[in-house]
Design a protein around this ligand. Structure first.
Ligand code: ATP
Length: 503
């Protein structure tokens, strides 16, 4: 983008000179004519004095007073264009206006009224200028950004350039925004806007796939799957499927299901909508929540088995209101009836309303995968089933690096041997390794603490084995099929046990 020196021409030619020159230049200007002849001043004279000779087309992109400047909606064309131009403006324009960005600490630079920048697209030059509000608009401060181009390029500009500007602007807005962690508000009865249905905080979670303790093969598979999802818009269009993907994360408490969600959000640079399902009263409220989410986000329902009674058989319970046990301080359970049904939840995932927002991942987590209705987690709804397992040696090495800063240690062999038989969650391992922070003891002390913990668990497991069946302490995972008991993690992308990882 370049600016043009209006002042030089204006002062050297004068308005009578313009009167003679302008129509000639405007009408017969060859492509290579210096850009400055097309400056705002010149065109203004042409258009005003000899409108029939004006070969230029202008399009005003008008701001709307009620848009969400911070989120990107389809009608935010003005903000998208402004963001697109802000990159060019800051480089080329001489008179700028700076507004504090709503997100982050930066400024959004824009053209001052009357200023103009030129842009090039496929060898064609166009001009953008900032137009003062019309008189009647001054109260609402409706502003416009005016695009001017030669009429011979109308098709290219309308069909290709303008969509390109919006796309690029959206990318700039997306890059500059602070990510958010949303949760649903309690009462949605009279709620209609995003701020009325969701509350939020800035999303800042340090977990990445580098710090996530998990077998590296499994991690790579998940990251590849996320990349495939992110980069395959055309594929989803081609097969006529909403650009969404469902993940089911299951496993015992403390194996990193929530941590994994944070790693996914950081990897994709997405917002998170964390739905507390027990607060949602009806299918209608669920739909309201969905409509007010944005693209490039992860919708999370944690502990789905505890949120609602979704365990019944389809056809009998799916349309019945469900009862939710709400624990109270004195530990007596209070019953509340929610009208959210299994079919409401299924519609939420892949019903007709779910298709209006692109690039969304839905994640369910559960400790008890067997309790869930198969319809809820079937192939196509929950596309990837990820078992979050007890800590394997590879996962332990990640934690040792995170917490102790060591890649190898003489005690690693002992840990490795114990981890082959003992079930311990990454959360418990992390707890042992954190001792170094609290006591200022080194890696030796932490690893010894972990080894002691593992030995205790090993002897408990031995004792449990000796007890008659049924008496032994129940498995925390509740999966009940022995996969985790055998220390095998299953990353299953089609609902069947297809890929296995030795832990
Ligand atoms: N796989 C992991 N990688 C790194 N840290 C982990 C992992 N699993 C657990 N942790 C540590 O343990 C803590 C608890 O883990 P997290 O809340 O993610 O487990 P969870 O499976 O979601 O548990 P719950 O089922 O109780 O919600 C985390 O804050 C993190 O410090």
């Amino acid at each position: 983008m370049t600016t043009m020196d209006q002042g030089w021409l204006a002062s050297n030619i004068g308005s009578s000179g313009w009167f003679l020159l302008a129509p000639l230049l405007a009408a017969y200007a060859p492509r290579g004519l210096p850009k400055m002849y097309f400056n705002l001043h010149l065109r203004w004279h042409v258009r005003r004095l000899l409108p029939f000779l004006d070969p230029f087309v202008t399009i005003d992109i008008v701001s709307k007073p009620d848009i969400y400047i911070d989120r990107i909606k389809s009608s935010d064309a003005y903000e998208e264009v402004k963001a697109y131009l802000s990159a060019g403006c800051s480089r080329d324009a001489r008179e700028l206006r700076a507004e504090g960005a709503l997100e982050g600490d930066g400024f959004i630079l824009s053209l001052r009224e009357g200023q103009e920048v030129a842009d090039e697209f496929h060898g064609v030059t166009v001009w953008w200028s900032s137009v003062p509000p019309e008189k009647e608009d001054r109260v609402g401060q409706l502003r416009s950004l005016r695009l001017t181009f030669h009429q011979r390029h109308r098709e290219l500009i309308v069909d290709e350039y303008l969509p390109h500007v919006r796309r690029s602007g959206r990318t700039v807005l997306f890059r500059n925004r602070r990510r958010r962690l949303y949760t649903n508000k309690k009462s949605l009865e009279y709620a209609s806007t995003r701020d009325e249905v969701w509350s939020y905080v800035d999303f800042k979670h340090p977990t990445t796939f580098d710090t996530l303790a998990m077998h590296p093969d499994k991690k790579t598979k998940i990251m590849d799957d996320l990349d495939d999802f992110r980069n395959n818009k055309d594929y989803y269009n081609r097969i006529g499927k909403a650009w969404k993907r469902g993940y089911l994360l299951y496993g015992p408490p403390g194996t990193g299901k929530s941590t994994m969600i944070a790693a996914m959000a950081n990897y994709l640079d997405y917002d998170i909508y964390d739905i507390e399902l027990t607060m949602v009263r009806s299918n209608n409220d669920l739909r309201k929540l969905l409509i007010e989410t944005t693209g490039k986000s992860i919708i999370v329902i944690e502990d789905i088995d505890c949120s609602l009674d979704l365990t019944g058989q389809r056809g009998t319970s799916e349309d019945l209101p469900v009862h939710i046990d709400i624990p109270t301080l004195n530990n007596k359970k209070r019953k509340r009836t929610s009208e959210v049904t299994l079919s409401g939840l299924l519609n939420f995932i892949d019903g007709i309303w779910s298709a209006h927002i692109d690039q969304q991942i839905i994640v369910f987590t559960t400790n008890y995968v067997d309790k869930l209705d198969p319809a809820l987690i079937r192939r196509g709804r929950m596309d990837l089933h990820v078992e979050m397992s007890y800590c394997c040696f590879e996962a332990f090495k990640t934690l040792a690096k995170n917490y102790l800063g060591v890649n190898k240690h003489p005690l690693f062999d002992t840990v490795k041997e114990l981890l082959q038989t003992v079930e311990i969650t990454p959360a418990d391992v992390a707890e042992c390794l954190m001792t170094s922070e609290r006591t200022d003891h080194g890696a030796d002390a932490c690893l010894e603490c972990l080894i002691n913990e593992l030995k205790k668990k090993a002897s408990k497991m031995e004792k449990d084995k000796e007890k008659p069946e049924g008496e032994a302490a129940g498995k925390a995972n509740g999966k009940g099929n022995g996969d985790m008991a055998n220390g095998r993690g299953v990353l299953d992308d089609d609902g069947d046990s297809s890929d296995e990882y030795e832990y």
